[in-house]
Design a binder for this molecule. Sequence first.
Ligand SMILES: [Zn+2]
Ligand SMILES: [Zn+2]
Length: 219
Amino acid sequence: MLKMDSHIHSKYSPDSSSKIDDIIKVAKKENIDVIAISDHNTVDGTSEVIKKTRNTDILAIPSIEISSSEGHILGFGCEENIPRDLTPQDTIDRIHDLGGLAIIPHPYCFYRHGLLHKTDHKDLKIDAIETKNARFIVGYCNSKAKKLSISERIPELGASDAHYYKFVGDCYSLIDSQKDIDSILKAIKKGKTEAHGKGTSNILLSKYLFEKKILKKFD
Ligand SMILES: [Zn+2]
Ligand SMILES: [Zn+2]
C-alpha cells in the first residue's frame, strides 16, 4: 500500500507560505510515498515539486485546486492551469480532457467553498471525494462525506490540506497501487483507497496560522 497526501498547499497559494523543500522534508519524515501540491488556481508549486522529487523515493503527482463558480475542485493529475470561476461541470470536463481526476475536497464544508454543500453530486461526473480532510476532522463535514462515499460508492481519499508544512501527512490515503502516476489514478478511480489520519490540532492550527500570520486569509 502506498501512503499519499494528495492535497498540500505551498507558497504559490495566496494563503500559504510553505516552501517546497520544507514540504518534501516533512513528507520524508512521515514516510509518505506520494505527494501532490494542490495550490489554489496554479500549477507553479506542482511543477516545482515534480522537479525537486525527480530521482528520489517520493513520487509527486501534478495537481491544482480550482475555484469553480460553486466551490473547490482538485484537478488531480493535471499539469496545466485550468481557469477559475467556470461552472463545476465545465471545470470537471477540462480536468478530464487533461487526463486528470476530479476530486472534491472538503465537500460539505460550507465556509471553505465545499462544492457539494450547494451542488448535488449526481449532476457531476466526480471521480473521488475527500472523506478525511485534516482541517475538519471534528464536526459533520467529514462524516457526511464518508456517508456519501459509502452510500454512492464514490472513492474516498484522506488529505492534510496543509497550508503550513508541519501539517503535511496529518490525514492521508493508503492506496493499493504500483508507484507510478497512471496506476495510482486508475486505483483511485476503482476505489482501491482508504482514508486515514487524526487531523490537524485546532490549537496548533490557530497558533501557526493566526498568531504567526501565516494565513493572509482563511481559505
Ligand atoms: Zn479548498
Ligand atoms: Zn486546499
